[in-house]
Design a protein around this ligand. Structure first.
Ligand code: GDP
Length: 504
């Protein structure tokens, strides 16, 4: 009311006038749509501040990926507990340190890279393989849930003395779900053990639908011992060959895009995060943003504890220089100081809004509970009054009269909200019932569905094209649209009430 230069009471009455009866309290937090509507009502010309909504995003995919330099494959080792994942990773890691520069100390940073043998007849592929060593980490499920799994190849470890176990099956099912962009390599482990039965493991894998190469399929398998190191060069070569088929490439110029694998607070240095670089080169001095954290890259170290000045795609490095601790699983992006400042302001606002929204939802739902309780009491009273009349009805009732609704809304969030608000308004005599919800403008098929179901169509922030309106009129289907949920709620409530028998 201050900004609009009107008295609070006037604003509240205006709100009620335009249908915001529920919102017309001094502490209700308005959405930008409602705020715009009110400003408009009061003769202002509201402009949404797009600048305030600035954010940094990953650069679009390269138009000609085959021209880009190759990048190392990102490999995740998965399998049943105790089948030897940790041992395998440890042996691979220490072998890589031995092969690499002397004096390196193996550090657990969430990922490490292994050089591909010079003998491998790879001319186009990458010279290293990056292994992720915390696949069970919550960050990985978070990334996967967002469809941002960073893995190119999964190594499924199966112990030759134990065979297929529940978590082996979980991995197989996960891979079937993830589709084709992740390749699978099977490592039959612990072949040094006396009880090892490689052939029966292979047969069992076939039964699970894993088509191994030697049986005419396309999934390679390697017999290894994580303990003795037997078969590990073959495993690395197989991974390199699979990666070459995948033709993995990434731009080394342009802004950095990657993911945070791990993060922790280091007493001497402050917040430190392991960054997996996926596109672009991360350099000391770069300005970066990840979630609500920002930083200027101060010191970068690889998994051998060696300080590096540049991290190329496929490389994982620890990065210090963060103002706050970034979250594992979040994206990291590079930008100018000014852009990061704007992006951060926007993200903080969004995060605050989200938190506020949750609060408001909680308050509203408790208010709704209150209202529902009162409504239920009123309904019970009404019901008892109607009882006499109902008993006299000659036709036996088979349940409450239903007002059937088909909901359409602009976004799925609002269609869900609307479904929650509009479903089951009423009592045991007359009640609203949502038949379906959908996103987008009202269509001819919505009208036909409404006709068949004897339902009415309720639209929130969507429109009904003229042709659809005509079809609805011809078929006697009613359409209600509004940009204010509360109006729709009131409307449906009125209709349900009108379905109640008149009190004699
Ligand atoms: P994880 O739970 O899959 O990470 O399995 P671990 O790497 O912790 O291994 C479980 C047990 O199996 C440990 O006692 C390892 O020493 C043992 N183990 C792992 N790999 C091998 C192997 O190749 N041969 C033998 N004989 N034992 C192994």
């Amino acid at each position: 009311s201050k900004v609009l230069k009107v008295k609070l009471d006037f604003l509240l009455s205006k709100m009620r006038q335009v249908g915001m009866t529920q919102e017309a309290t001094y502490d209700y937090i308005l959405t930008s749509d409602y705020a715009m509507l009110l400003a408009d009502e009061l003769g202002y010309n509201p402009i949404v501040d797009d600048e305030a909504a600035f954010d940094i995003h990953a650069p679009p995919p390269h138009p000609n990926p085959s021209s880009l330099p190759p990048r190392p494959p990102i490999v995740t080792i998965m399998g049943h507990v105790d089948h030897g994942k940790t041992t395998l990773l440890d042996t691979l890691r220490s072998a890589s340190v031995a092969k690499g520069e002397a004096g390196g100390i193996t550090q657990h940073i969430g990922a490490f890279s292994v050089p591909v043998s010079q003998n491998a007849n790879s001319v186009t592929g990458s010279q290293t393989i990056t292994f992720l060593d915390t696949p069970g980490h919550a960050a990985f499920s978070a990334m996967r849930a967002r469809g941002a799994d960073v893995t190119d190849i999964v190594v499924l470890v199966v112990a030759a003395d134990d065979g297929i176990m529940p978590q082996t099956r979980e991995v197989i099912n996960l891979l079937k779900r993830e589709g084709s962009h992740v390749s699978l390599v099977v490592a039959i482990n612990k072949v040094d053990k006396p009880g090892a039965d490689v052939e029966s493991v292979k047969r069992a894998l076939m039964v699970e639908g894993i088509q191994l190469e030697e049986f005419g399929g396309d999934i390679p398998s390697v017999e290894v011992s994580g303990l003795t190191g037997h078969g590990l060069p073959e495993l690395v070569e197989t991974l390199s060959a699979v990666a070459e088929m995948q033709d993995l490439r990434a731009e080394q110029d342009g802004p950095v895009f990657g993911h945070i694998l791990e993060s922790n607070f280091n007493k001497g240095i402050g917040p430190v995060a392991t960054v997996l670089v996926q596109r672009g080169c991360l350099k000391v001095g770069a300005r970066v943003i990840s979630g609500l954290s920002q930083g200027k890259v101060r010191l970068m170290m690889d998994s051998n504890g060696k300080s590096v000045k540049v991290a190329i795609p496929g490389m994982a490095v620890t990065v210090s220089g963060w103002k706050t601790l970034p979250k594992a699983g979040d994206e990291i992006l590079e930008g100018s100081e000014a852009d990061i400042k704007k992006a951060l302001a926007n993200r903080v606002t969004m995060a605050e809004k989200e938190a506020l929204h949750e609060d408001v939802e909680a308050i509203n739902s408790s208010r709704k509970l209150d209202r529902d309780a009162r409504a239920a009491a009123a309904a019970a009273e009404a019901e008892s009054r109607h009882l006499a009349r109902d008993n006299a009805l000659t036709e036996p009732e088979t349940g409450p009269k239903e007002l059937k609704l088909i909901i359409k809304a602009d976004v799925s969030g609002s269609s869900e909200a609307l479904e929650g608000a509009l479903d089951s308004i009423g009592n045991s005599i007359a009640i609203s019932k949502v038949m379906s919800t959908g996103v987008g403008d009202i269509t001819e098929s919505d009208v036909m569905m409404a006709k068949v179901a004897n339902a009415i169509i309720v639209g929130f922030s969507v429109s009904a094209p003229r042709i659809v309106q005509n079809l609805a009129a011809q078929n006697g289907v009613q359409i209600f649209t509004s940009n204010i949920i509360y109006r729709l709620v009131e409307d449906i409530r009125e209709r349900v009430i009108s379905m109640l028998p008149k009190i004699i």
